[in-house]
Design a protein around this ligand. Structure first.
Ligand code: FAD
Ligand code: SF4
Length: 349
């Protein structure tokens, strides 16, 4: 009989992997280091998701409910994998509580870490309380409290959203595009305008990457229906005049310096590699790619493969990914793991 599949990480990718295996009658053990499932959308309190507009607590919360209600999925929260040994069909994992789990294969769905804006000090985060991140604005909306200036609770009249904070920035070693933050920011800008119709919302950008079908749904809609203003600019610094925040930079279309006051400045933070990846790479003996994401070995024959036979990877563990793609990758990695656990060679071999 096939041993259970070990799934590490209970975000959208891991939940999808577990649910897919349950659907074909295959047992799994889902190990999540936090005390609840759901990954970034639940743990960070996201509001309405792109592109469906569903609340994260309903959409991803529904995935959590399905997994927790499934008898074939052994959920272990508050745990990590401390040791991992063996070969496809016959692995043993030792968990942080000392328990041992037998597994036929493993799927790493360990996701990403939000960029910490203190690493971009010139843009005011950590110095001025009204400089916040997109995750904080998501939480303001999802909690029902609404978008307010943290310093004194007032409704902002002018909000600037700065794109690419912790992405596409060679000076701080983040060369990648985080893929979803342009679209998420356009979406948040519309949500702010909806809640506070008198608030002026500006988005400062290098390029706009509302990729695929998101161009008209978010970029054009936010301008044409919600009157969000876009400024192509290079930002120098965020300071304060004692009353308001001041965003200084250069308008790169007209090549002139611009200095504009705001009540609130929002950093559209990027997706860093999971800070645990060095440890995960060493415990599972899988290679990381140059920026520290878990390396995928093959893009066409078996996209979920890592450098170790029988260990697969899905979702934002591989690099910036959307929820939809993470869910799809979780399902396909689960099927590859199921095959490997039964001794079927990976498709690319
Ligand atoms: C501000 C912001 C808003 C976003 N909004 C959207 C949106 O509206 N729509 C969209 O498509 N995408 C959105 N995204 C992207 C979305 O967050 C990711 O696509 C999604 O979270 C990836 O899912 P995942 O399961 O791969 O990883 P994660 O959600 O990161 O889940 C990984 C899980 O693994 C656990 N874990 C980590 N390390 C270990 C370990 N060592 N052992 C055990 N468990 C571990 C974590 O605790 C976590 O539960 C947004 C991103 C940001 C930054
Ligand atoms: S998606 Fe947009 S905001 Fe995010 S890193 Fe790419 S270009 Fe910058």
């Amino acid at each position: 009989m096939t041993k259970p599949i070990l799934i590490v990480g209970g975000g959208p990718a891991g939940l999808s992997a577990a649910a897919s295996l349950a659907a074909i009658g295959q047992k799994s053990v889902l190990v999540e280091k936090e005390d609840r499932l759901g990954g970034a959308p639940i743990l960070s309190g996201y509001a309405k998701l792109v592109p469906t507009g569903e609340w994260a607590r309903d959409a991803i919360g529904g995935m959590v409910d399905r997994v927790e209600g499934e008898a074939s999925i052994d959920v272990r929260t508050g745990q990590t994998v401390a040791e991992f040994a063996g070969e496809p069909g016959n692995f043993t994992a030792k968990l942080s509580d000392g328990d041992t789990v037998e597994a036929g294969a493993a799927v790493l769905c360990t996701g990403f870490t939000h960029f910490d804006s203190v690493n971009k000090p010139e843009w005011g985060f950590g110095t001025f309380p009204d400089v916040v991140t997109t995750t904080q604005v998501e939480q303001m909306i999802s909690s029902g409290e609404g978008v307010r200036c943290p310093s004194d609770g007032r409704k902002p009249e002018r909000v600037a959203i700065l794109l690419c904070v912790g992405s596409r920035d060679r000076q701080i070693g983040r060369e990648w595009c985080s893929k979803i933050c342009c679209t998420v920011s356009s979406n948040l800008a519309m949500e702010i305008r909806e809640e506070l119709p008198d608030c002026h919302v500006y988005i400062y950008y290098m390029d706009i990457r509302t990729f695929g079908l998101y161009e008209d749904l978010y970029y054009w809609k936010s301008q044409e229906e919600f009157k969000v203003k876009y400024i192509k600019a290079r930002i120098a610094e965020v300071t304060s005049n004692g009353e308001r925040l001041i965003v200084k930079g250069e308008d790169t279309l007209v090549k002139r310096p611009i200095t504009i006051p705001f009540d609130m400045v929002v950093h559209a933070i990027g997706m860093d590699p999971n800070i645990d990846n060095m440890l995960i790479g060493s415990i599972f003996d899988v290679a990381l790619q140059q920026h520290g994401h878990i390396d995928r070995q093959d893009n066409y024959g078996g996209a979920a493969r890592t450098s170790r036979d029988g260990v697969f990877v899905a979702g934002a563990a591989t690099g910036p990914e959307t929820i939809d793609d993470s869910i799809n990758q979780g399902a396909s990695a689960a099927m590859a793991a199921f095959a490997a656990a039964q001794g079927v060679p990976a498709a690319a071999e």
